[in-house]
Ligand binder design. Structure first.
Ligand SMILES: NC(=O)C1=CN([C@@H]2O[C@H](COP(=O)(O)OP(=O)(O)OC[C@H]3O[C@@H](n4cnc5c(N)ncnc54)[C@H](O)[C@@H]3O)[C@@H](O)[C@H]2O)C=CC1
Length: 291
């Protein structure tokens, strides 16, 4: 199996390159300058030229706070770019797996969000990703939109690496305790994407198309996540760092984030037989590599 992936250095792309080698899958990572999501022709040329068995749409404008002041750029990449990827998938006649986000929801649900629940993004990033989902789905029926959340990995910029960096100079770190979600390892996402792509290539079943939630098992606040990271750090190095649990109001950011964005993964488990590990287990694996 040969997968063309958008982006060259993102967390999910890098994880796919690593896990592809383990699973015997060819991963062709296509990014700027030859594939720029803001340049439709470059997307079509690069993807059709790659002749993949399926496309993984992993690249995105992911700077959640910066997007508030750059809405045109965020939409050009996350919406128009997704549309161009969908056009390439149609031209090639192959399935497209498109990564999306928990930030399409407003965070007021009392229980894990289902794929059928009403969306209501509260940020430019969330709105641009939702617009991308809709654009992609309207062009390429042979799609799986995979909404994930709170992505971390040994690669790129992410919360785990930020906490470890802060721990080098501090004994205490303030972290928001009133946003609930599920940390998700990019390595787990990569394994799942490969399993889903295989099934989409092998089967035309309509129920394998549509929107699916793909996050780790369990739930956490950012403060819980930080505590797990510092527990791992203490175990490995003896360094003690405490978490000062604060509220979202104590830590204002340009983009408004959902207070609750846990996603139900039951649909993916039922239809694809794919379930990601508990976030605590995957966090330990990533810490083992970083420490
Ligand atoms: N990082 C997170 O916490 C979450 C990410 N997601 C989604 O998961 C997917 C993967 O995220 P990550 O790997 O963490 O992102 P990342 O920020 O690590 O990587 C994004 C990649 O997109 C590329 N990119 C940005 N603009 C581009 C353009 N105009 N043309 C071509 N490539 C461009 C970047 O160069 C980078 O390689 C994205 O679709 C993102 O929206 C969803 C929920 C949470």
């Amino acid at each position: 199996m040969r997968l063309a992936v958008t982006g060259k250095q993102g967390q999910v792309v890098t994880a796919l390159i690593e896990r592809g080698a383990v699973h015997g899958v060819d991963i062709l990572a296509l990014g700027r300058p030859e594939l720029d999501l803001a340049d439709r022709a470059s997307v079509l040329d690069a993807l059709t030229g790659a002749k993949p068995d399926a496309i993984v749409s992993a690249a995105a404008y992911t700077a959640v706070d910066k997007a508030e002041s750059e809405p045109a750029q965020a939409f050009a990449v996350n919406c128009d770019g997704a549309g161009a990827v969908a056009e390439a998938a149609v031209a090639l006649g192959v399935p497209v797996l498109h990564l999306s986000t928990d930030y399409v929801f407003d965070g007021t649900s009392p229980e894990p969000y289902l794929e059928s629940d009403l969306v209501g993004p509260t940020s430019v990033y969330g709105r641009s990703k939702l617009a991308g989902e809709m654009r992609l789905a309207s062009i390429a029926p042979n799609h799986a939109i995979l909404r994930t959340a709170w992505v971390y990995s040994p690669f790129g910029a992410n919360f785990v690496k930020t906490m470890l960096r802060l721990a080098e100079t501090r004994d205490s770190v303030s972290v928001v305790a009133d946003q609930q979600g599920t940390p998700t390892s990019a390595l787990d996402i990569a394994d799942a994407v490969i399993a889903i792509a295989r099934q989409m290539i092998d089967s035309d079943e309509a129920e394998l198309r549509g929107v699916f939630h793909l996050t780790g098992t369990g739930s956490a606040s950012w403060a819980d996540f930080a505590e797990a990271i510092f527990a791992g750090l203490a175990e490995k190095t003896g360094k003690q760092v405490t978490v000062n649990r604060i509220t979202t109001a104590d830590y204002p950011t340009p983009a408004r984030r959902p207070a609750y964005s846990r996603l139900s993964n039951e649909k993916l488990a039922r239809l694809y037989g794919v379930r990601l590990p508990d976030w605590r287990d995957s966090t330990k694996l990533v810490l083992d590599r970083l420490l």
